[in-house]
Design a protein around this ligand. Structure first.
Ligand code: GLA
Length: 384
């Protein structure tokens, strides 16, 4: 080849590489579409956050629900890895907290009662004799104010809600802000903050059901899980912690070495019988308030992995035990038992009635602030 031809060839190659890159690495962005009206006439919207690599999360301001989350597998193929629906009506009909923001108190409060400064508060009772996930109309069923937020490293959506004094029985007007960011490093970051005008209790979490092989594509029993927790909180038959912080050593709750979720789930162990599988809070190692890696999950067929980072002291592992095939989600997929798992970062259940657990009291004048990050990556080389 003549030198001039070599030069042309090199120029054409560089131009093609540049075009391919521009195509693959766009700008992070947020777009908005209508999602319908709630029965009381409020508008629900759906926001699509896309990062520079093309990963995408859809979030509706109804319940702050993540309705879909598309991240690459080891070949770069995007799949939706959370359970959910593609229309508002299905969410309105009722569902087990798919993808939602949970509050004012995530998880259970025994008998729906607690005492603060000598006053007993009575909350909605919606789970047997107990209070679960904020009550009959928790944060998962309210319409949040939403606005896209400019961030340097991805696409972000800010959700705010004023939770009035007395709603579901809780004291104090609680002003809540949740910022979801899909970073360019394929992290779904959730930043929760709140202030109150009267001392109260707060425990916010997120309730996505993950299946790293793709939503609706079978159960999650072969996902390998590592949890950085030396102890967990055993419960009674109503899933209320007994108060004991039990060592995981020698129990089916020891995930300090990565183990599949299904390996021990059917063992004859009282806590697994009571929970119908895993539905328990882990006492996370490390310091409350420090953002640290607390869990890692991987799925071998897709090569996807997910790390969980949090500032919280606890995390509920729920293995989708109550899914039973009665709900049909996106793409007509039927959600059978254990088709999704949740890792709900939080304070321990029933903390308002357990003085020895880290406190969930938020005082007037103080600011509640926690961060949780679900970070996605792949194992194994990309095959082109
Ligand atoms: C939480 C609870 C479970 C169950 C699910 C929703 O994870 O701990 O017991 O209620 O939510 O079905």
């Amino acid at each position: 080849m003549k030198p001039v031809k070599v030069l042309y060839f090199a120029l054409i190659c560089s131009a093609m590489i540049l075009l391919l890159n521009l195509n693959a690495y766009g700008q992070a962005k947020v777009t908005k579409e209508g999602f319908g009206k709630t029965p009381d006439g409020q508008d629900a919207d759906i926001y699509t956050l896309t990062n520079s690599g093309g990963a995408e999360v859809k979030i509706t301001n109804y319940g702050g629900i993540v309705t879909s989350l598309r991240v690459p597998d080891r070949n770069g193929k995007l799949d939706d890895i959370v359970l959910g629906f593609d229309n508002l009506d299905a969410y309105l009909k009722g569902h087990p907290y798919f993808g939602a923001i949970i509050g004012r108190y995530g998880n259970r409060i025994a008998k729906g009662r607690f005492t603060l400064h000598g006053v007993e508060y009575k909350l909605a009772v919606n789970n047997g004799e107990n209070h679960l996930h904020g009550g009959t109309k928790g944060f998962d069923k309210v319409v949040w104010n939403a606005k896209p937020r400019k961030v340097a490293n991805g696409a972000a959506l800010e959700l705010t809600y004023l939770n009035k004094d007395g709603e579901e029985g809780y004291p104090g007007n609680l002003s809540v802000k949740v910022v979801y960011t899909l970073t360019n490093a394929n992290e779904l970051k959730i930043d929760y903050s709140a202030t109150t005008d009267k001392d109260t209790v707060v425990n916010l979490t997120h309730h996505s059901y993950f299946n790293l092989a793709g939503q609706g594509n079978g159960d999650i029993l072969n996902h390998r899980l590592f949890v950085n927790a030396a102890r967990f909180t055993p419960t009674d038959a109503g899933s209320i912690p007994t108060g004991e912080l039990r060592s995981v050593r020698g129990t089916p709750f020891d995930f300090t070495r990565a183990t599949t979720i299904g390996a021990r789930i059917n063992q004859d162990y009282e806590q697994l019988r009571l929970g119908k599988g895993y539905d328990h809070n882990f006492v996370l190692n490390g310091k409350i308030g420090t953002l640290r890696r607390v869990a890692r999950v991987s799925e071998s067929t897709s090569g996807r992995a997910m790390e969980v980072w949090t500032t919280e002291p606890g995390m509920q592992l729920y293995s989708g035990n109550f899914l039973d095939g009665t709900l049909t989600g996106k793409d007509g997929k039927v959600y059978q038992q254990r088709y999704g798992f949740c890792l709900e970062t939080q304070h321990y259940p029933d903390s308002p009635n357990k003085p020895k657990f880290p406190t969930t009291v938020l005082r007037k004048g103080d600011r509640y602030h926690t961060i949780t990050i679900y970070k996605f990556s792949v194992r194994g080389a990309k095959i082109d």
